[in-house]
Design a protein around this ligand. Structure first.
Ligand SMILES: Nc1ncnc2c1ncn2[C@@H]1O[C@H](COP(=O)(O)OP(=O)(O)OP(=O)(O)O)[C@@H](O)[C@H]1O
Ligand SMILES: CC(C)(CO)[C@@H](O)C(=O)NCCC(=O)O
Length: 263
């Protein structure tokens, strides 16, 4: 009987145990509306009885998980974005409509703070969409989620160009300072478009943060692909996987401390 945390994005599902030694796993969905059957198989093998998760995918995917859990007499709890997080630190959600902020962005921010205490943070999630979020450290245990940018992810940018302008559907090139062929020009354009907002976010956060020491965290399925290009284009950054799962675990701990009343 196991309790697990789950983060369902538009491309992949990631899961891990809540209380046991971390062993995160990722499964790319079979289609936009069908889960990878290996996920269900792995949960049967592990005897999963309770799921605590977030989803930003189509509801069909989380419905399949609910049916599976109902069939086993298990339980699913889906976390929504909240107006504030009260745990080992305090995070205020300053989104205009806090509940409209993607749960992956919110619990990603919670996870990022837990792993990088007492710092302002630019959290970049390179997923199906890329999000670049700014978290301001206010001193003591206080942080503010200051919002951020949403743009098409790496793959979406390539496929949009390929589909709409077939004349430039060429093999993938490299990111260069002075691209001199179509493949390199596209690749450089897309890599710069992915990393440019990170640069802007750092500058914006520096203007209001207590210190110029900003932690830049890159995560998500395409982070490893962009890491090499980021080395020459961004100041210091850290690559950190499964940050949303870290945030969900912390939310679970917080609920346990409050006798599960707040979940
Ligand atoms: N083996 C792979 N399979 C699928 N996507 C990959 C793979 N390797 C890298 N990627 C890239 O990672 C992206 C998916 O990232 P991730 O797994 O974080 O997605 P996600 O959490 O479903 O996204 P989102 O949260 O934005 O919906 C893809 O769009 C692609 O650019
Ligand atoms: C932006 C995505 C798709 C990134 O996964 C997700 O966080 C989402 O659906 N967000 C809702 C809109 C918002 O965050 O403003």
């Amino acid at each position: 009987m196991k309790r697990i945390v789950v983060d369902i994005g538009n491309t992949a599902l990631k899961w891990d145990y809540i209380y046991e030694v971390p062993h995160p796993r990722a499964f790319v969905h079979s289609s936009e509306t069908t889960l990878n059957p290996d996920v269900i198989r792995s949960w049967e093998e592990e005897d999963v009885t309770e799921i605590l998760g977030t989803y930003v995918c189509r509801p069909e995917l989380k419905d399949q998980i609910e049916s599976f859990m109902e069939g086993r007499g298990g339980k699913c709890t889906w976390l929504r974005t909240e107006a504030e997080f009260k745990g080992p630190f305090y995070l205020l959600n300053s989104y205009e409509y806090p509940e409209r902020l993607g749960a992956d962005r919110w619990y990603g921010a919670v996870g990022a703070i837990a792993l990088n205490p007492q710092k302002s943070i630019v959290l970049v999630q390179f997923g199906t969409a890329t999000t670049v979020d700014m978290i301001r450290y206010e001193g003591g245990k206080n942080y503010v989620f200051e919002g951020g940018m949403i743009l098409p992810g790496l793959n979406l940018m390539y496929t949009a160009l390929e589909r709409k302008i077939p004349a430039i559907a060429v093999p993938r090139g490299a990111a260069r300072d002075f691209p001199k062929n179509t493949s390199d020009a596209i690749n450089t354009g897309i890599v710069d478009a992915q990393l440019g907002p990170v640069y802007f976010a750092i500058q914006r956060l520096k203007k209001t943060a207590m210190s110029n020491d900003i932690e830049v965290i890159l995560t998500g399925g395409a982070a490893s692909i962009l890491e090499k290009s980021a080395l020459g284009r961004l100041p210091c950054f850290t690559l950190c996987h499964n940050i949303v799962l870290t945030g969900i675990k912390l939310r679970a701990e917080q609920a346990t401390c409050n006798n599960l009343k707040s979940m």
